[in-house]
Design a protein around this ligand. Sequence first.
Ligand code: ATP
Length: 754
Amino acid sequence: MEKEEIKVAGQMKKRMAVLTSGGDAQGMNAAVRAIIRTGLDVGVEVYAIYEGYHGLVEGGEFIRKMTWESVGGILQRGGTIIGTARSEEFRTREGRLKAARNLIQNEIDNLIVIGGDGSLTGANIFRLEWIGLLTELVSQGLISPELAASHPNLIIAGLVGSIDNDFYGTDITIGADSALHRIVEAVDAISSTASSHQRSFVVKVMGRNCGYLALMGGLATGADWVLIPESPPAVDNWEEVMCERVKAGRKAGRRDTIVIIAEGARDRFGNYIGSSQVAEILEKCMGEEVRVTVLGHVQRGGAPSAFDRNLGTLLGHAAVELVLSSTPDLEPQVVGLRGNRITPTPLIECVEKTQEAAKAIENHEYDKAMDLRGSSFKEAFTTLKTMLRALPHPPQPGQKRLRLALVHSGMPAPGMNAAVRAAVRIGLDNGHIILGVENGLQGLIDGNIREMDWMSVNGWAPLGGSELGTNRKVPSGSDLYHIARNIENHEIHGLLIIGGWTGYETAYHMLQERRNYPAFNLPMVLLPASINNNLPGSELSVGADTALNNIVEAVDKIKQSAVALKRCFVVEVMGRKCGYLALMGGLASGAERVYIHEEGVTLRDLVDDVEHLNMGFRGGKRLGLMIRNEHANDVYNTAFMVSLFEEEGGGLYEVRQSILGYLQQGGNPSPFDRFQATRLATRCIDYLIKQVEQGSTACAFIGLQGHDIKFNDLEDFPRMSDLENLRPKVQWWMDLRHIAKVLAQPGPHEHGAT
Ligand code: ATP
C-alpha cells in the first residue's frame, strides 16, 4: 500500500500514543520506531508513554511527544527504549481513571499497545470503560464536557511483544526469533564442549506455558531429548524411557547428550519437571556428571535478529494504518503475522484463545493444547521425535525399500546440512535407502554417490556450508548421459535437489529430455536453498535468513565506525539480480536508500540522492547508509556511486564502500533456516515416497507460500520465472519497498539514515 493510501477514517485524528508493557522483547524498538515515523509521516502527532501502564497512570513526564529523531539509531537495540513496567494500579478502575485523564488532557484517543495477553486485556478493558471514565472525570470537574465530547472513543490496536511465542493470532511474536538466536548460539556452544568430553547437559529455556522455544531450539540444534508443557511424556516411567533413549544414542555414536527443557515442562499429572531433577535422573542412569545451564534472561537480551527488526517494523507500520482507518464500531484488533502476511485478528478472540491454551495445559488437556498451538507446532514436534531417535525404525517386513538420492546445486546456503540431515533421517525412518551425492550436480555426473546412514548426519544441523559438497555446475551435452547412467546404475527411484537456480534449470532440462533419457522418468523435487531468495514458488528460501542476519550484523558494526566522523557508506550485498537481501537488509538496518535491480538506477535518482545527502549532512547528520544489490546497475556500480557521492559531497562527509561478499554465505545457519530446511526436507521426502508408491513420475518444486507449504509442478518453472534475470516473476516483498522509504526517508527534517 502506498503512503498516500493510509486512510484516516472520519475526521482527521491527530494524536496517537504507543506504549510497551509486560516483559520486554527484542524488536519492540523497531515497532516503536515504525509506529512513530509512520504516524508522523501521515501528519499525526505521536506520543510515547514511558514505562507502560505505570507511565499512563502517572502522566506528566511519562507522556512525551516524539519526533522523527527521537527514534533514530534504535533498530539494533534490544529491550524497549520507552521502558516497560507492570502496574497494579492500572488493574483498578481508579488507576484507569487517572490514565484516562492523562490521555484526554493530551487529547490522545488512539493507542497502540505492545505487550502480552495481560497488557492487551488491560487495553481492551480501558477501551470499553472509556466513556464511563470520561463521564466520571467530567462529573468530578476534572475535565470539561467539551473535551470529553470531542474524544468520545478510544481506538486501540495491539502488537504482541513476547519472547515466548505463546499468543494466538500471530504465527510468531516480536522477540521470539531473537530469543531462539540466543538459545541456538548457547546450545551450539555447549554442544561443542559437551561432545569433546562426552558429557551431558540439561539446558533450561524460557517460554512459560509455551514450549515453542524449547521445541524449535531442540529441532534447530539437534538436541537428544526435549520436554515441553503441551505434550508431557505419555508414560508414567518417562524417566526410564528418556534414559534408555539417551543411552542408546551414545551407543549409536553420539558423543554428547543435550536435553532441552521448557520452564513450564511437566509430567502428565501436571507435576513440574525441574532441570536439576532431569540432571539427577541422567546422572544416575548414565553414571556421569551432568551439568545444568539455565539460560534465563540472556534469551531476552542482545541485539534483535534481522527478522525481529523487520517484524516489529512491519507490524508497527500496519498498526498505525489500522488505527487510523478504524471506526469506533470496529472491534479492536491484534496485528500479527500469519503465513508471512500481516493479518489483523480480533483482540478478544486472541486473548481468549491464548488463555485457553494455558488452561488446557492446566487441566491436563494436552491434545487440546497442541491443537491450539497450531499445525506447524504439531508437525515440528512429530519431526523432532523422529530426529532424536537413536536409530531409525527398522523397515516393515516385506516392505519395498526405495532408493532416494539427495544432491545439492549452486552455491552453499546455510541450512543445506540441516535439510540433508532431515531428509536422511526421515527417509531411513520410513524404511528406505538414502543416497547422498557428493559435490553437487558434478557428483551426479561423476557417480560420486554413497549410502547415508543414521549417524552419518549426526551433528549436521548447526553446520554452515555444505557437508555433501556443492558447486555451480550446470550439466549439458554428454553430462546428461552420465547422469542417466548413474541414475540407472544406482537404481535411484527419486531425486531430491537441495539448492539454487542451477538445480531448478537442470531438473527442468531433465524433464524435457525424458524421451531421450528414459532414466529421467523418476519423480524429482526441488528444495529452495539459496541466500539470494530468488527461486520461484517459495517466498523464503533456505539460507536467506542467515544471510540477512550476516548483513545486518555487519552493517551494525559499520555504522558504529562512523561515530567520530561524518560518513556515508555504500554497502553492497549479494542476491544476483534479486533485491530481497538489499531491501530487507535496508529495512532492518535503517538504510536511507536501497538500490535494487528490479527498480533500476537512473542518473536522475543519483542526482536526487546526492542532493538529499548533502542537505542532510549540512543539517548536522553524521551517518549516511545506502545499500545496493550487487547488480542493481552494472554501470552505476558501487565504485561509481562512492566516487560520485564523494565528489559531489565537496568534503562535507567521507564516503566509504563496503562490499560484504562471501561473509553473507558463511557462519552457522540461523534458527529459522535450520527448521525451515528441516520442515521442507521432511515434506520433500514424503512427496517422493508418495510419488514412487503411486507409480507417478511427477516433478515439483516446494516452497512456503502464504500460510502453506506448496508443491508446484516443475512444468511451471518457466511460467513462474523471469528467466532473463533469474528470479521469480512475482516477488511478494516488493510490496514492502514503500515502508523502507517512508521510515528512513530523508524528509523535511533531513533526518537521514537509521
Ligand atoms: P508478558 O507476556 O510479558 O508477561 P503481559 O502483557 O501478559 O506480558 P502482564 O504482567 O500480564 O504482562 O500485564 C502487564 C500489565 O498490563 C499489568 O501490569 C497491568 O498493568 C496490565 N494488565 C494486565 N492484565 C490486566 C487486566 N485484566 N486489567 C487491567 N490491566 C491489566
